[in-house]
Design a protein around this ligand. Structure first.
Ligand SMILES: [Zn+2]
Ligand SMILES: [Zn+2]
Length: 254
């Protein structure tokens, strides 16, 4: 399982693209590729990194803030221009189909009738276990200003948890238990901010969830730039699991 950080930024960072992560899995010659979130500034970074229009099998949308799903019209419409034929699955909350169809229609009227490939919506609500794109998907509700679902994908013994935006809850802690990799938003370093996590709270979360690795994403733009050394010093003190602050394009294999 290869995890690539297409973008690691928050909503309005002029230098870093919105957070978006691609995961590719190959088993017995069968390849699958999925994307976690697709914000407004993600598509150009996606194409630079992954130019094959047929690569992606599924996209997970954590919640309906523009930095997490407004990239879909550009991504899906360019797939049409590139003559994609492979079906694409979009997974997320129960109401994702309606909201995303409406968003696509507003961006490019009637595009849904002209895509040239099948678009399928699959809900993964908390408590459900869904099989798609060769993976097992589960979700849990966290605490954000709008309804956000954290997700866990599993392939055999390998698992990745992605928070989307928000503070952890008992439900997301349970979902993340024993994951090989937790990708968590850490909007602030230590100062609490409504509906978001901090580096400190992410460390505590990862420790209580007994995870192997923690990647910190979606850090507030000024804190990431001006207090980068503080973050790296905090990270350097953690020795009971791997913790890192990925840069765009960074990847790892689990
Ligand atoms: Zn966000
Ligand atoms: Zn958000």
């Amino acid at each position: 399982m290869k995890i690539t950080f297409i973008g690691v930024g928050e909503a309005f960072d002029e230098e870093l693209s919105n957070t978006s992560i691609e995961i590719s899995i190959e088993e017995s010659g069968v390849k699958n590729s999925i994307l976690f979130d697709c914000g407004l500034t993600v598509p150009p970074c996606y194409w630079k990194s992954l130019p094959d229009a047929d690569r992606l099998d599924a996209i997970w949308i954590s919640h309906f803030h523009g930095d997490h799903f407004f990239g879909l019209p550009a991504l899906l419409t360019r797939f049409r221009q590139m003559n994609r034929k492979k079906p694409l699955v979009i997974l997320g909350q129960q109401d994702a189909a309606g909201i995303i169809r409406q968003t696509l229609e507003l961006a490019y009227p009637a595009i849904l009738d002209k895509l040239g490939y099948q678009l399928r919506f699959v809900a993964v609500e908390p408590g459900e276990v869904v099989n798609e794109a060769g993976l097992v998907w589960q979700s849990a509700l966290n605490a954000h200003s709008v309804r956000n679902l954290a997700v866990r994908i599993q392939k055999g013994s390998k698992s990745v948890f992605y928070s989307g935006d928000g503070l952890s809850t008992a439900e997301t802690l349970s979902l993340a238990q024993g994951a090989d990799l937790v990708i968590h938003e850490a909007f602030r370093i230590e100062q609490e901010f409504p509906g978001h996590s901090t580096v400190s709270s992410c460390v505590s979360f990862a420790r209580r969830a007994n995870v192997c690795r923690l990647a910190l994403v979606h850090v507030e733009r000024n804190e990431r730039r001006l207090r980068r050394e503080d973050i790296l010093q905090m990270i350097a003190k953690i020795s009971d699991f791997d913790i890192f602050l990925p840069e765009p394009g960074d990847w790892l294999e689990i």
